[in-house]
Write a protein that binds this ligand. Sequence first.
Ligand code: G3P
Ligand code: CA
Length: 335
Amino acid sequence: MSHQPEPVVIGHRGAGALRPEHTLPSYETAIALGADYIEPDLVSTKDHVLVARHENEISGTTDVASHPEFADRRTTKTIDGVAITGWFTEDFTLAELRTLRAVERIPDLRPGNAAFDGLAPIPTFDEVVELARRHGVGVYPETKHPTYFSSIGLPLEEPLLEVLGRHDPVFIQSFEAANLRELRRRTPLPLIQLIGGSGAAYDRMVTPEGLEEIASYADGIGVATSRVVPAGPGGRLLTPTTLVRDAHRAGLVVHVWTVRDENAHLPADFRLGDPASPAYARATGNVTGWLTMLYDLGVDGVFADNPGMARAVLAGRARRPSPRRPSARRRSAPS
Ligand code: G3P
Ligand code: CA
């Protein structure tokens, strides 16, 4: 990829602040608001078709529970060491899944989104890529539970690369290093190692040594914002870490997740209004201040539930000089 003069705006689950996540209307909204990339999280159906869902258990984001014909599919599984009860995409064919409709995950915080409940089906990854292609924007897929899906004979890698084809630009992201190493053997596309806000394995990844290791198989990191600006007691921000600088020194781009508009999702420093108000949690805070801080710290991209806000803040800074930053590059094809 060519040098990126300014941070990229990634429509997180489309535009999750404005439409039920991972629906075509959500992705279309993200594109209309200026996202450079749209982000589908990917899981597999029973017939090995990739679909966009944040997790393979779908009771929180679809109306599956109100379909009596699927009542006997409700079950308990252990996914990556966690026991989960509900309905799972790998137990449905694509045709069956398509009879369901998406619903808002957090209607208390996003009551406006709930107005769209029941309208949109679960999109296939193919549909998401086709939408991006039509509009000339990038795709930023995340493999969800890739080891688990391999264990049940539905590996994500082959259909992922097949559907992506020659789409450009692309980032592929995963929390699983083994999955990224496997993808590195198969594709020159830019890969992003996701790093959670806590956990010993992730703690090691953000050390200079860990970043050097990541650079051997990936092109960047996608980190919880707390890895760049930690929060202390009461959610107040502390001194920023050196992670952005350290990652850049290792030749890695740094994308952060997730910037959301609501007070409930913002650091305490950027919440607005009266905490005693019943609407306080869902009220929009000073998200422009939070985005400005992250951009000032030199991040190369932001996953935003409202990509329009991330774009607007960038537009407001357009005339300010920005530091040069490394860009993820397309590698030579593996031999
Ligand atoms: O992929 C970046 C960010 O989306 C990771 O968190 O849980 O929203 O997939 P999640
Ligand atoms: Ca994701």
